[in-house]
Design a protein. Structure first.
Length: 375
């Protein structure tokens, strides 16, 4: 096959060279979606049951880890839901919510209508992008995000859906506040969600479903039919899930931004593919290892992204825009990001006191409270 040279700044050439290679890969295959989701649920919740039965023991710890891997993969399907036409896989969103969204306190309404802003040409990398922060400019921002995303997320989810949700259901004004400030699975504290009437109704339905399901589980714990350590295991599993997702998020982009919107080619250059080996599928499941490719062609379903990547890599020369978006490993991406942030911090420390103070004030504002990790 003759390799095609594509200029680094020529989006039309790149689009022409790649579109014909992936034109047949945009159709989702329902049987793959259903088989994958079912396997994740069976392995995830089966391992969760083993962890409960064997608690506390090394077997319980191993079962918790396996449960976290499977449930994390299942949760990541919420990313596919945002790009999937409902008629393509009928009933999939409902099944996903019952199997993953409700028990893990992350219903689809927290991501649908939110993630699209991370792809928009007018909002990507700006203050209106729910899934973007300037990590390349601050080690402190990276560390704060890492800690809160790993340890605090489960507690925040319990607060949002088990304590605040019932208040909002009986107090409409408070629920409207929740819709704007506490209903998006996002990491940018400046993001303010705009919720349609239809989405607000869907949100209320799933909040009621969560309260019923969790109320039943708590009742079983109260009467001794379900052990209390089920809550401990749930929290541990979700902490593991949050930790892995935090690493994936930090390895998904370059996070170098001046706050201005970016076109498709600029999004591609700021995003990272990590094709890796089999283990990569554990921390970046459901196609998330091909993050740069996904940003350029968000309509390709996860099960076709690997094929699309291999076709494009075989066709383009090694110095093309797309090839430059590939990283050899998650460790490489994280090390590079932290190195850029360290260089920025070192440059900041060498600035005159007045300039450094002004910059630190800006960073402190950013650090004030990213409350959720991205998908």
């Amino acid at each position: 096959m003759t390799k095609t040279a594509v200029a680094l700044d020529d989006s039309e050439d790149l689009d022409t060279a790649t579109r014909r290679l992936v034109g047949d890969l945009h159709a989702p295959r329902a049987v793959i979606f259903w088989t994958d989701l079912t396997a994740c649920a069976l392995i995830g919740w089966g391992s969760f049951a083993v962890a409960l039965a064997a608690w506390p023991s090394p077997l319980s710890g191993a079962a918790c880890a396996l449960s976290a891997v499977a449930l994390y993969r299942g949760l990541c399907f919420t990313h596919e839901l945002t790009h999937l036409r409902q008629r393509s896989v009928p009933g999939f969103e409902t099944a996903w919510n019952v199997l993953f969204g409700m028990p893990l306190l992350l219903p689809s309404c927290t991501y649908l209508g939110v993630h699209q802003a991370h792809h928009s040409l007018s909002t990507y990398g700006t203050k209106d992008d729910p899934e973007y922060l300037p990590f390349a400019s601050s080690r402190r921002l990276i560390l704060v995000f890492a800690v809160q995303s790993s340890l605090v997320i489960p507690a925040l989810l319990m607060l949002r859906f088990l304590i605040l949700a019932p208040v909002g259901l009986v107090w409409p004004r408070f629920h409207r506040w929740l819709e704007v400030y506490a209903s998006a699975f996002a990491m940018n504290p400046a993001y303010r969600r705009v919720v349609s009437v239809a989405m607000a109704q869907k949100m209320r339905r799933w909040e009621v479903g969560i309260l019923i399901a969790w109320g039943a589980a708590c009742a079983l714990i109260a009467v001794g039919e379900l052990p209390f350590h089920a809550l401990i295991v749930w929290y541990l599993v979700l902490v593991l899930v949050s930790f892995v997702n935090m690493l994936r998020v930090l390895g998904a982009h370059e996070y170098e931004t001046d706050g201005a919107p970016r076109d498709r080619i600029e999004q591609l250059r700021d995003s990272i593919d990590t094709p890796g080996g089999p283990w990569t599928e554990l921390w970046a499941p459901v196609g998330l290892r091909y993050h740069a490719l996904h940003h350029y062609y968000p309509g390709i379903p996860y099960h076709n992204l690997g094929t699309a990547y291999r076709r494009i890599v075989r066709a383009l020369v090694d110095d093309s825009t797309y090839i430059e978006s590939t990283s050899p490993s998650l460790r490489h991406s994280l090390k590079a990001l932290y190195g850029k942030a360290r260089a920025q911090d070192a440059g900041l420390s060498r600035q005159p006191p007045s300039s450094a103070s002004a910059r630190l004030g800006s960073d402190n504002t950013i650090d004030a409270g990213p409350s959720k990790a991205s998908g």
